[in-house]
Design a protein around this ligand. Structure first.
Ligand code: OGA
Ligand code: NI
Length: 333
């Protein structure tokens, strides 16, 4: 099957965009963004020695926004710069070299290079191509989907994956303490060291009508948490109290999204954030979210220590794979 990559469409769309990329008026970013607002997602310094303060900030951000940025997170800036460099270089390869990593049609796995094939419910398409591959644990990695070109792709991604653990562990510890649990209990509820780190590269080519199109439509992430590195082109938006706000680009910060599984384990205290991504007229935007997920056969539900007669469970317990299946097929959870 011939698949049209958005990168190719962008090459010949200089003034207008194909109709299927034009959003309804309920979604068009130019019509639905709160302009000139000072409201911003919280920025948290992870190196602050006052752990209680960090926990309070994370609880506050996770309950009110479901999203925050972290600075002084311990991942060397050079490691992030090299992650960005090789991902960008992959997408700048000629089409046939990228197609060697294409997800095969009909494959059950999410991994590989691709463009969303099926249109969304309203029949619209998103202005983005992507590459998915797991980066942790080693037993889950399929190097078939890791680009061999540029040659340092693998080394740079392994380096990033190695440094991610420190940030992820710290985030889960704070989220856990903030619920009155022991420091390790939130992580354990997500599968402990068996959690899977799935990297996605979103490649949003420049778009002549960023007022009409979206890179990613509104959604919440299915995973436990997402840790995202953007390039320096602003585009991410968060929804708070039914309004859309731009998330500021902060050099060297990581963006953390609370995903559905953390909302479920916390029995609704933390909120998975509704977010979307805009595209840019002059510049290509690229982002590297890592979705930190429970193993697919792990059953996830509200933590037993957080439910009682006065606080009944607000969510069903189910295997993570089952949760994803229902969400992707839009059947009730
Ligand atoms: C995603 C996503 C946002 C971004 O891929 O799930 O929300 O900033 N991306 O690219
Ligand atoms: Ni997302």
């Amino acid at each position: 099957m011939e698949v049209e990559r958005v990168q190719e469409i962008a090459n010949f769309s200089k003034e207008t965009i194909p109709e299927e990329f034009i959003r309804t008026t309920y979604e068009q970013p130019a019509l639905t963004t709160v302009q000139g607002t000072v409201l911003e997602v919280p920025v948290i310094d992870l190196s602050d020695p006052d752990e209680e303060k960090v926990v309070r900030a994370i609880v506050d951000a996770s309950s009110n926004w479901g999203m925050f940025q972290v600075v002084n997170h311990g991942i060397p800036h050079e490691t992030v710069r090299k992650l960005i460099e090789v991902g960008k270089a992959f997408f700048e390869l000629p089409p046939n070299e990228k197609e060697a990593y294409a997800k095969s049609p009909g494959s059950q796995s999410i991994e590989g290079y691709g463009t969303k094939l099926q249109r969304e419910v309203e029949g619209k398409k998103a202005w983005v191509d992507h590459l998915f591959h797991k980066i942790w644990p080693p037993s889950e990695i399929n190097y078939q989907f890791w680009p061999k070109n540029p040659p340092s792709y693998r080394k740079n991604n392994e380096e990033y994956a190695k440094h991610m653990h420190g940030v992820v562990d710290k985030l889960f510890r704070c989220l856990s303490l903030g619920l009155g649990l022991e420091g390790n209990e939130m992580k354990e509820a997500m599968g402990g060291d068996n959690m899977v780190y799935l990297l996605k590269i979103n490649y949003y080519p420049q778009c002549p009508r960023p007022d009409l199109a979206l890179g990613v439509p509104a959604h919440t992430d299915m995973c436990a948490i997402t840790v995202l590195v953007p390039n320096d082109v602003q585009g991410l938006q968060a929804c708070k109290d039914d309004h859309w706000y731009d998330v500021e680009y902060i050099p060297n910060a990581l963006i953390v999204h609370i995903g559905d599984q953390v909302e479920i384990v916390s029995n609704g205290k933390y909120k998975s954030v509704l977010h979307r991504a805009k595209v840019n007229k002059e510049k290509t935007r690229i982002s590297w979210p890592v979705f930190v997920e429970p193993p697919s056969d792990l059953e996830v539900g509200p933590h037993p220590k957080l439910v009682n007669e006065a606080n009944p469970p607000k969510f069903k317990s189910k295997k993570y794979s089952q949760y994803c299946f229902c969400k992707l097929n839009k059947t009730p959870q």
